[in-house]
Ligand binder design. Structure first.
Ligand SMILES: C[S@@+](CC[C@H](N)C(=O)[O-])C[C@H]1O[C@@H](n2cnc3c(N)ncnc32)[C@H](O)[C@@H]1O
Length: 276
């Protein structure tokens, strides 16, 4: 008998088990990137064959540096907009709300498929001003459940590639149309990352298919009216990449000569609405 929480997920929803596991492994490193003790504790609460994921800790920095970058940007947004809403789409079992510990004037929404949100409810405690929203991102009505009375951060880490371009553009447009002002903080795969998806263990093992490639900010600026570019960096050029292990930093030097590989994962940040 075990009192651990059972998990039975497949497809895109399953991929968040890998990112959680890598964060938990990172927490035990001598020089962690994130040092996410909440992720480590969560792993202990879930009954799952983590080794069966087929990934090892050496890959952790590829994901933890991304999460660290979005933590920095989200903190910056909340520092400027003390009274705000945060929509954390494709939250999986990520513990950003606990890591960032937002103040009392922040309404935080963690959003993911119903099966993932149900798991979240069993694994993590509740907290004030914290809401769980079980839905597919592609359902056109879910944003109506979020009050549009304050600046809004729409943060979507590791989810855009599971949407089609039409779904993604429609979603971003709905956010920009609904909220008075705010930011879109979102990461994208370029054409090469989408094309080479079969080589990505995390994607292949989950049985997911990736669709949406974004190669440069103008792909968004031209399709989502009302957005203005605040920042766009690649995985390798982001300041958090400096926290990755030496092997990754050496690889970065070689990738200078392979732009499509260098640009395969990009972190974008857009503003919309009235400037705060
Ligand atoms: C690679 S995981 C990333 C999870 C988390 N953001 C992290 O960094 O650990 C992708 C997440 O996107 C969610 N997702 C994918 N497609 C979705 C959709 N159409 N609607 C809601 N969530 C979706 C999955 O359920 C999963 O939790």
């Amino acid at each position: 008998m075990t009192d651990k929480v059972a998990v039975d997920l497949s497809g895109p929803a399953q991929t968040m088990l890998s990112t959680l596991y890598l964060k938990a492994l990172d927490a035990d490193f001598e020089r962690p990137v994130l040092g996410d003790q909440y992720a480590k504790e969560a792993i202990g609460r879930i009954d799952y064959d983590w080794h069966g994921l087929g990934i090892t800790g050496k890959w952790a920095p590829m994901f933890t540096v991304r999460t660290a970058q979005y933590d920095i940007w989200a903190r910056q947004f909340m520092a400027v907009n003390e009274r705000c809403t945060v929509i954390h789409l494709g939250c999986g079992l990520d513990t950003r709300v606990f890591r960032l510990d937002p103040g009392p004037d922040v309404e935080w929404f963690d959003v993911d498929f119903p099966a993932v949100i149900s798991l979240r409810e069993k694994v993590y405690p509740s907290r004030p001003n914290y809401h769980l929203l079980p839905t597919s991102a592609t359902d056109p009505s879910w944003l109506d459940q979020i009050p549009a009375d304050r600046p809004t951060l729409f943060l979507a880490e590791g989810i855009s590639m599971y949407l089609t371009q039409a779904e993604g553009v429609a979603l971003l447009s709905r956010v920009v149309d609904r909220f008075p002002s705010g930011e879109l903080q979102i990461d994208f795969f370029n054409w090469l990352a989408i094309k080479s998806q079969k080589t990505q263990t995390l994607v292949r093992r989950s049985g997911s298919t990736l669709h949406w490639a974004v190669n440069k900010p103008s792909d968004i600026l031209d399709r989502v009216p009302g957005t203005r570019l605040l920042n766009a960096v690649t995985l390798f050029d982001a300041s958090t990449f400096g926290r990755a292990s030496t092997a990754f930093r050496v690889a970065k030097r070689a990738l200078r000569f392979l732009p499509p590989v260098r640009d395969s994962l990009q972190y974008h940040r857009y503003g919309f609405g009235t400037v705060s």
